[in-house]
Design a protein around this ligand. Structure first.
Ligand code: KG4
Ligand code: ZN
Length: 353
């Protein structure tokens, strides 16, 4: 059994988790079976301290404040994760862990550096491997925490505040990016529209809640690029919402929110469905913060039932940023290529390819 302490500080959540895996995760054999496909991962603890209140009055994440808050919060969050997981000390005083992982990118550089530096310091002090994890790979790994028997090939719709992409996953660590947004990310559109509608921050959950009371057919917002290719565009719909509300100041906010959400989800699910069918995927998987959206989850399930695809929809807590998903991806990395060198730096623009 391998136990990994994972740390996530790429944006505005300070998170730590202890995840345990079958033995092969530690073996570091490139040809060995992928750890999470051959045995369940166990999330022994997953602590997430959100900085939402800190950033709310600015209407978005302030990078300098986020970095400083991570510094204050990381030690207590890690301590809580170790206690909740029941990690005991070894006779020599070191905690009973086999590796320390941290998100190395993409994200805010000041925030990433806090987690990466802390993880390296712990790895050095405790004489255990350090594993640098790609945040996007973490989101892709999240579904495997609850469904270890995911059967590739899968099409994953990865939708977060910074990214919107369709990925063909042939197995852990083996991806092809089919398409991505050419402008705003889906989560960014939710956040900007929510701010414009006065629904507050963070915008995604606020629109999700408001939309439950509204009429999704009230306004026909544009579905950019819905029926062509696998790329996305969400900046146009944001402008359409602003234009519509200025022309119709009497419009009910809940109806605008519901109609906006309907249009975004329609585009996301239509493209994900087409990709899954075109590429002969066995399943369709959601990942990233926007995957917590109620309508997106419902429509994805509907499409999977209609098309005979296996749906993989992680719990909401594993969709939004968390460290358990970083632990899951760390197991893939350990199995595929072993520990990361200690001179591996944080990379705010790290891509999936
Ligand atoms: O993955 P995540 O936690 O952080 C990034 O890596 O970006 O995603 C955050 C994004 C935000 O834009 C937030 O508004 C959106 O996910 N989000 C949602 C919902 N919950 C979070 N969007 C729509 N509906 C939700 N329920
Ligand atoms: Zn994320």
């Amino acid at each position: 059994m391998t136990r990994v302490l994972a740390i996530e500080t790429s944006c505005d959540e300070t998170a730590a988790s202890v995840v345990s895996f079958g033995d092969q995760a530690a073996a570091g054999t490139p040809s060995g079976p992928p750890a999470l496909l051959s045995g369940p991962a166990r999330v022994l603890s997953s602590v997430v301290s959100s900085q939402v209140d800190l950033h709310a009055r600015y209407g978005g994440v302030v990078p300098e404040l986020a970095g400083r808050a991570h510094l204050d919060l990381l030690t207590p969050v890690v301590a809580q994760a170790l206690v909740e997981a029941g990690v005991a000390d070894r006779p020599d005083g070191r905690p009973d862990l086999d590796a320390v992982a941290a998100t190395v990118g993409p994200g805010l550089i000041g925030s990433l550096l806090v987690g990466v530096s802390a993880a390296k310091a712990m790895a050095l002090a405790w004489d255990i491997p350090f594993v640098g994890v790609n945040h996007l790979e973490g989101h892709l790994a999240a579904a495997f925490l609850e469904e270890p028997d995911l059967d590739p090939p899968l099409v994953v719709l990865l939708v977060s505040g910074g990214h919107t992409m369709l990925v063909l996953m042939q197995g852990p660590g083996s991806y092809r990016v089919l398409g991505q947004t050419i402008d705003d990310a889906a989560g960014e559109a939710f956040d900007k529209v929510a701010r414009f509608l006065g629904l507050g921050y963070p915008g995604g959950p606020a629109i999700d809640r408001a939309a439950m009371e509204g009429d999704p057919k009230a306004v026909e917002f544009p579905r950019a690029m819905r029926d062509e290719g696998y790329d996305f565009s969400f900046s146009g719909i944001k402008t359409s919402v602003v234009t519509y509300v200025r022309k119709h100041p009497e419009a009910a906010v809940i109806d605008v929110a519901a109609s906006f959400q309907e249009a975004v989800v329609d585009v996301l699910v239509t493209k994900a469905r087409r990709a899954a069918l075109d590429l002969g995927a066995r399943g369709l998987c959601l990942a990233g913060g926007v995957a917590a959206n109620s309508l997106l989850r419902e429509r994805t399930l509907d499409v999977c039932i209609a098309e005979g695809l296996h749906p993989f929809i992680p719990s909401r807590a594993f969709c939004t940023d968390n460290a358990a998903m970083i632990g899951a991806a760390a197991a893939w990395r350990l199995a595929a290529s072993g520990p990361s060198p200690l001179d591996l730096g944080a990379d705010p623009n790290l891509g999936l390819d």
